[in-house]
Design a protein around this ligand. Structure first.
Ligand code: PGA
Length: 250
C-alpha cells in the first residue's frame, strides 16, 4: 500500500514571518491527521525557521530546488549538502524551473543524482505543455522526461514523481481525474519498464496542477494517484488542511 502524500509547494511566496504565521495556523491540525504524509516546501530562507516550528510533529519538510554541485564557487546557489541538514525532500525539475530557468533533462538528471547521493528524496516533476497535449504528444513527452531524468539512476530510494501538466499549473484548470489517472498509470508503466513491476507499485506518483479543496476528493480517489503537489491552495491554511483531510478520508 502506498501512503498518499499531500505536498505544499509555496513557490516564491512568504517572507520568514509570513511562513511562520502560516505554519502556526495549521501545524496542530495537520499534525493530527493520520494516514497521509504531509509535506511543506517553503522558500529556502524559511527552511530553518519552519524546521524548528514543526519539530516533533508528523509534518515533513522539503525544498523547492537545489544545485547539483556539493560546494564551491557557485554564487547564490544552494547545495544538496546544505539541504540534507535541514529537510528530507527536494522538488526537482518543476516546470517553472524548466521553463523560466532553462533546466534541461540533463540538468534535472544531475540534480536527482546529487540529491540521492546525500539521501535527500527528490520529487521529480514531469508534464506536458498545452501545445504538446493538443498535438497528442502527452505520452511521448512524459515518457521522454521520465527516461532522461532517471538515466543512470539504479535505485529510487524514496524518490517521488509528480505529474504536473503545465497547462494545469496555476490556471484553475485541473486535469480531469480520468486524464490524471491515465497519465500517471502510463508513468507507472514507464517505471516498471525502467526498473521492475515491484518498484513501479511502490513509487508514489502525485498529481499537481490547480488542486483545490473543491476537486481534491475526486482526484485523490483515483487508483493511480498517490497524492498531490499543491501550489496556490497550499498558501491558505484552510484549503491545505481540507485537501489533506479529504485525502485521509479516502
Ligand atoms: P498550482 O501549482 O496548484 O498553483 O496549480 C502546482 C505546482 O506548480 O506545483
Amino acid at each position: 500500500m502506498r501512503v498518499p502524500m499531500i505536498a505544499g509547494n509555496w513557490k516564491m511566496n512568504t517572507t520568514v514571518s509570513e511562513a511562520t504565521e502560516l505554519v502556526n495556523e495549521m501545524r496542530q491540525e495537520l499534525d493530527d491527521i493520520d494516514n497521509v504524509d504531509k509535506l511543506i516546501c517553503p522558500p529556502f530562507v524559511s527552511l530553518a525557521a519552519v524546521r524548528e516550528l514543526i519539530k516533533g510533529s508528523s509534518i515533513k519538510l522539503g525544498a523547492q530546488n537545489m544545485y547539483f554541485e556539493e560546494k564551491g564557487a557557485y554564487t547564490g546557489e544552494i547545495s544538496p549538502l546544505m539541504l540534507a541538514e535541514l529537510c528530507e525532500f527536494v522538488i526537482i525539475g518543476h516546470s517553472e524551473r524548466r521553463h523560466y530557468f532553462n533546466e534541461t533533462g540533463q540538468i534535472v538528471n544531475k540534480k536527482i543524482q546529487a540529491a540521492l547521493r546525500v539521501r535527500l528524496k527528490p520529487i521529480l516533476c514531469v508534464g506536458e505543455r498545452l501545445e504538446e497535449k493538443e498535438a497528442g504528444r502527452t505520452e511521448e513527452i512524459v515518457t521522454e522526461q521520465i527516461g532522461s531524468s532517471l538515466a543512470g539512476i539504479d535505485a529510487l530510494n524514496g524518490l517521488i514523481i509528480a505529474y504536473e501538466p503545465v497547462w494545469a499549473i496555476g490556471t484553475g484548470k485541473a486535469a480531469t481525474s480520468e486524464q490524471a489517472n491515465e497519465t500517471i498509470g502510463l508513468i507507472r508503466r514507464n517505471v516498471a519498464k525502467l526498473y521492475s513491476e515491484d518498484i513501479a507499485q511502490e513509487v508514489r506518483i502525485l498529481y499537481g496542477g490547480s488542486v483545490t479543496a473543491a476537486n481534491a476528493t475526486e482526484l485523490m480517489s483515483q487508483p493511480e494517484i498517490d497524492g498531490a503537489l499543491v501550489g496556490g491552495a497550499s498558501l491558505k491554511a484552510s484549503q491545505f488542511l481540507s485537501i489533506v483531510k479529504q485525502t485521509a478520508e479516502i
